[in-house]
Design a protein around this ligand. Structure first.
Ligand code: ASP
Ligand code: MG
Length: 406
């Protein structure tokens, strides 16, 4: 099928109440009447997935696996069916589809499954019958038809993967903000809207805690060159385009400040010298699906130091693993942290960004626990209590309140 279709994903806040679902239905109906060919993806109603996680937690904090994913996936079944009803009420034919009906095949890694293949037939049949396909986001099925989920925020990935399957070059992501901002406007009042960002920047921002897009969705978009249009569900205005970096007119030194409040640091001293212990520890954590973010290691004659950060969600599990390998008195866990980062494709070719980053932090008397950099980002892990002031100082230092001035 080569016809242009319009993949539109509506996030949880956009379908957070019946009234909002009716508004989304109105918008889809209008697009359809104007000649578009929508294929819609929806998230669960806002708060619903958290509610489901909360229920499972009451049974046990370590609930995971097949039943857990089946539970979490149920939120999207509700929103996709309500949206279908709202469209039917407007005499628009629509078919709600779950992952097993579409054939969204994933691997069997529960709670972070990866899409391997999407069967386009069912959706094509809907389109031929002039029905709007409404696809439940976030969920998939294994080859054996066991329900999986793609990781929190994963509906974006469903949408971009559909764009790949249908060989489209664009995908619209509707959300409750009109554009992506230079920082979270709840943290920094002066945050500005960004018209265009490169895939690379958005990928860094997503993995550094900006919750605009699921990181994996941007990874797939970058790989298949699918331009993502992040825009408001309520307004018709143009949003932020996520595009290949060649399409950016200029490469801003720093495009955005992001933060993540889910970081914990684990420090160990002394650990056995050499790399055997570190390798065994990280292997054990990886085997339990715990990813390590920042790592710092130093060695001198008195002993080897190791510090690394993980997500606070993985802390309990990590403790169980670590304490089998090292005495608890050699371990310090630091909580109540935030990771503050700057992202910008321009910094790859300009020296002095780290200097300015630390100059801004130096305006306050505060400690930085760990630092890490890549070509296009610098992150510092600091105490949560300093986050808002530090973020503001950095936003100011790079003049982000003035729309990308250098
Ligand atoms: N409902 C899922 C979540 O809350 C997926 C999504 O919203 O994209 O994580
Ligand atoms: Mg989301």
């Amino acid at each position: 099928m080569n016809n242009r279709i319009h993949i539109k994903k509506f996030g949880g806040t956009s379908v957070g109440s019946i009234e909002k679902i009716e508004r989304v239905a109105e918008r889809i109906a209008k697009d359809k009447l104007q000649g578009q060919n929508p294929v819609v993806v929806v998230s669960a109603m806002s708060g619903e997935t958290n509610r489901l996680v909360g229920l499972a937690k009451q049974i046990g904090p370590a609930c995971k696996g097949m039943a857990y994913d089946m539970l979490l996936a149920s939120g999207e079944q509700v929103s996709v069916s309500l949206l279908a009803l709202a469209l039917e009420k407007r005499n628009i034919k629509a078919t709600p589809l779950l992952a097993h009906q579409v054939g969204i095949k994933t691997d069997a890694l529960f709670s972070r499954a990866r899409i391997q293949e999407i069967n386009t037939e069912q959706i094509e049949d809907c389109l031929k019958d002039d029905h709007i396909p409404l696809v439940a986001g976030f969920q998939g099925v294994t080859n054996g038809n066991t329900i999986t989920t793609l990781g929190r925020g994963g509906s974006d990935t469903t949408a971009v993967a559909l764009a790949v399957a249908f060989k489209q070059s664009e995908c619209e992501i509707f959300t409750d903000v009109p554009k992506v901002y230079t920082a979270d406007p709840r943290l920094i009042e002066k945050a500005m809207q960004i018209p265009k960002l490169s895939f690379e920047e958005m990928m860094e921002m997503s993995s550094l805690g900006s919750r605009v897009l699921h990181c994996r969705s941007v990874e797939i978009a970058a790989k298949y060159k699918i331009r993502i249009h992040v825009r408001s569900s309520y307004e018709e205005t143009e949003g932020t385009w996520i595009v290949p970096k060649e399409e950016l007119m200029e490469n801003p030194l720093v495009s955005a400040v992001t933060h993540d409040m889910k970081t914990v640091i684990i420090k160990m001293y002394p650990v056995p010298s050499g790399t055997a212990f570190i390798s065994q520890l990280f292997t054990a954590l990886a085997e339990n699906n715990i990813s390590i973010d920042v790592i710092s290691q130093s060695y001198n004659k008195e002993g080897q130091r190791l510090a690394f950060s993980i997500s606070d969600e993985d802390l309990e599990e990590a403790k169980k693993i670590m304490y089998k390998m090292i005495e608890p008195e050699k371990v310090t866990v630091i909580e109540n942290l935030a990771k503050l980062s700057i992202v910008g494709v321009g910094m790859a070719n300009h020296p002095g960004v780290a200097a300015r980053f630390f100059k801004a932090l130096n305006k306050m008397s505060m400690d930085v626990h760990l630092v890490t950099t890549s070509e296009i980002k610098i992150s510092a892990i600091i105490d949560k209590q300093h986050l808002s002031q530090a973020a503001e100082a950095i936003h100011e230092e790079f003049k982000l309140g003035n729309a990308h001035a250098l």
